[in-house]
Design a protein around this ligand. Structure first.
Ligand code: HAM
Length: 417
């Protein structure tokens, strides 16, 4: 037997309605905020992610699915949505149209990570990117959009942590100060953080190693290093979030694992789904578009991992409505009745009534069992008597009541039922 590759999952019937539900609420919320869908390719030139995500990040260093195609071009399956959206935004000249561009996507992503609960090699994101606006109001709106999604899905107990990692200038000052501090504790850092300390010291701050955590506890705080403009921006975000009734905590250790962030960063974290508790991560990236175009265009966005979201909903007993029923199952007895059944379901479907019938040549008892399994509301039996009289015996499955209905009246009856 050939199995699915490690870190991938089949989405089976009986589960797919949950995904459809989450996706439909995500689209509904995006519409509420006047965001429009963008779909970018599953793979990009590797350069898009090198420039976009940053060469010192874990994603670029260790996790990308990169290969040379038959034309010897280096291609990478998208590990996240933002860089591809930035590339598409510039390539399609969206920066010259009415701004802000308020975009959203639902996409699969690929990262070569060690699979565990909530961490897959192929996973799915609902993401939002608002491009063109630099004010703190946009940050607050994007964070509120994520919060609205969680509220609409009935999710509680998600903590929102926000931080500011400043603009390029304050980050440079902070990185120098942090590096100097870390250097004085170098011998106690984990091997990975020794490397990070040189290339990207901020990444040390979210290391999970106990020794690194102890060192980080006394590290200089980024919020003491950000410039006045970044401070005002961050204060503005907090004021608007408070006004909107969105609860949050400032957490100076939220630094995010991608290089493109500037100023506001945030995460929604759950304690109900194990080690991989970050359900949603995002932030501002005022320098990213500049990597693809001559001009900088500010941007901010987030992505929610759909697998983690679903896990959270299941672990905390959030109900997901299932509408996967079929209005009527037509149970014919014999060949002639089968033909009539086919004509009947064709007519019903034309009138917008979901209908199914026997494909397996089952006996009547087995057909009723099957109809029950697929959640049919009604079963219409067509036997020789019914054929002769041009009617069906209609059984309502919820209460077992039966009545005879003319073939020509079935649709009208069901539309009223
Ligand atoms: P990220 O934090 O790398 O950010 O991923 C966002 C979310 O995707 C995570 O919070 C998590 O729910 C989910 N996720 C990430 N990796 C995995 C995995 N291996 N398995 C399952 N779920 C995973 C980004 O991707 C940024 N592009 C977000 C963003 C958009 N920032 C600005 N705009």
């Amino acid at each position: 037997m050939i199995n699915a590759p490690k870190g991938t999952k089949d989405l089976l019937p009986g589960q797919s309605y949950k995904w459809q539900y989450i996706e439909s609420i995500a689209r509904e919320v995006a519409n509420l905020f006047n965001a429009k869908e963008i779909r970018t390719p599953t793979f990009e030139h590797t350069e898009v992610f090198l420039r976009g995500i940053g060469e010192t990040t874990d994603i670029v260093n260790k996790e990308m699915y990169t290969f040379n195609d038959k034309g010897d071009r280096s291609i990478t399956l998208k590990p996240e949505g933002t860089a591809g959206v930035a590339r598409a935004f510039v390539e399609n000249g969206l920066h010259t149209s009415a701004l802000p561009a308020k975009l959203y996507y639902i996409t699969q992503c690929f990262r070569y990570e060690r699979p565990q609960a909530g961490r897959l090699r192929e996973f799915h994101q609902f993401g939002v990117e608002f491009l063109g606006a630099s004010g703190y109001g946009t940050d607050a709106e994007v964070i509120t959009l994520a919060k609205t999604l969680f509220d609409k899905l009935g999710i509680k107990n998600l903590a929102l942590y926000i931080n500011s990692i400043g603009c390029k200038n304050c980050r440079k000052k902070y990185s120098d100060a942090l590096r100097a501090y870390l250097k004085s504790h170098e011998q106690d850092l984990c091997p990975l953080c020794k490397e990070r300390m040189e290339k990207n010291p901020l990444r040390v701050l979210d290391c999970k190693n106990d020794d690194c955590k102890k060192i980080n506890a006394n590290a200089p705080c980024i919020l003491d290093y950000i410039c006045d403009e970044c401070k005002d921006h961050f204060a503005g975000v907090q004021t608007l979030l408070k006004d909107a009734g969105v609860q949050f905590k400032v957490n100076a250790n939220i630094v995010r694992g991608l290089d493109y962030y500037t100023k506001t960063v945030f995460e929604f974290v759950s304690e109900n789904i194990g080690a991989q508790g970050t359900v949603c991560g995002g932030g501002r990236y005022d320098g990213l578009i500049g990597e693809f175009a001559g001009n900088d265009v500010p941007g901010i966005g987030f992505a929610v991992g759909i697998e983690r979201l679903l896990m959270l909903m299941e672990n905390t007993g959030v109900q997901i409505p299932c509408n996967e029923t079929v209005k009527i199952y037509v149970a014919p007895m014999g060949e002639q009745a089968s033909q009539k059944a086919f004509t009947l379901i064709t007519d019903l479907r034309k009138k917008g009534i979901s209908a199914d019938f026997d494909h397996m040549g089952r006996g009547i008892k087995a057909q009723f069992k099957y109809a029950d399994k697929i959640g049919a509301e009604y079963v219409a039996v067509i036997g020789s008597n019914e054929l002769e009289k041009g009617e069906v015996k209609l059984k309502k499955m919820s209460d077992g009541s039966e009545l005879f209905v003319k073939l020509s009246d079935v649709s009208e009856f069901l539309l009223k039922a």
